[in-house]
Write a new protein. Structure first.
Length: 159
C-alpha cells in the first residue's frame, strides 16, 4: 500500500493527486493508494481518500505502507523517516495557491541532500521517482537537534 500524506493545513494540493492518478493509469503504480487529503477535495475511484483520521490511525497506516508520498511538511516527512519508510516528497507551491510561500522547496532540498528522501521540486517528476524508488536506499534518519540543545544549554547557563 502507498500512503499519501497531504497534511492538515487549510490548503489544497490537487496537483499531486492528479499526478498520482496518472501514474495509476499508466501502470506505474499497481498498489492500493490511501490518501490523507486534509482539505484537498478530489474525486476518484482509483484511490481511497479521507480528510483526517486520529494520529493512531495514521501511525498504523504508515506502518502498513510500503512507500510514503507526501507534501513537503516536516511532520509528514519525519513521520515516515522515523518508521524507516521510503519517502517521496513534493512541495506545495505558492504560485498554485497551495501554501503561503515556497518554504517546502527548502525543506525537501535539505532532507534530499542528506539522502533521507527522494525530493522532487516538480510534481511532474513523480513518475520518474516512482520508477527509481526500488533502487533507492535512504540514509537512516538522524534527528539533528544538537543545535537546539546547545541553544537551550546556553540559555540555562545565563539564568
Amino acid at each position: 500500500m502507498i500512503l499519501v500524506l497531504l497534511g492538515t493545513q487549510n490548503n489544497q494540493f490537487k496537483r499531486l493527486l492528479e499526478e498520482i492518478e496518472k501514474a495509476i493509469d499508466n501502470g506505474i503504480i499497481n498498489e492500493r493508494v490511501v490518501v490523507q487529503a486534509g482539505f484537498t477535495k478530489f474525486k476518484t475511484d482509483k484511490m481511497h481518500i479521507f480528510d483526517m483520521k486520529p494520529k493512531e490511525v495514521i501511525d498504523n497506516l504508515v506502518d502498513e505502507a510500503s512507500l510514503i508520498i507526501t507534501h513537503g511538511g516536516v511532520g509528514s516527512i519525519i513521520l515516515g523517516l522515523k518508521k524507516g519508510k521510503k519517502v517521496i516528497a513534493v512541495p506545495r507551491l505558492h504560485e498554485f495557491g497551495e501554501h503561503v510561500n515556497n518554504h517546502q522547496r527548502q525543506i525537501i532540498d535539505i532532507f534530499s541532500k542528506k539522502g533521507y528522501i527522494i525530493g522532487l521540486q516538480n510534481v511532474e517528476d513523480l513518475s520518474e521517482a516512482l520508477e527509481d524508488i526500488n533502487d533507492f536506499t535512504p540514509n537512516k534518519y538522524q534527528s539533528d537537534n544538537k543545535k537546539m540543545l546547545d541553544i537551550i544549554d546556553k540559555f540555562i547557563e545565563k539564568c
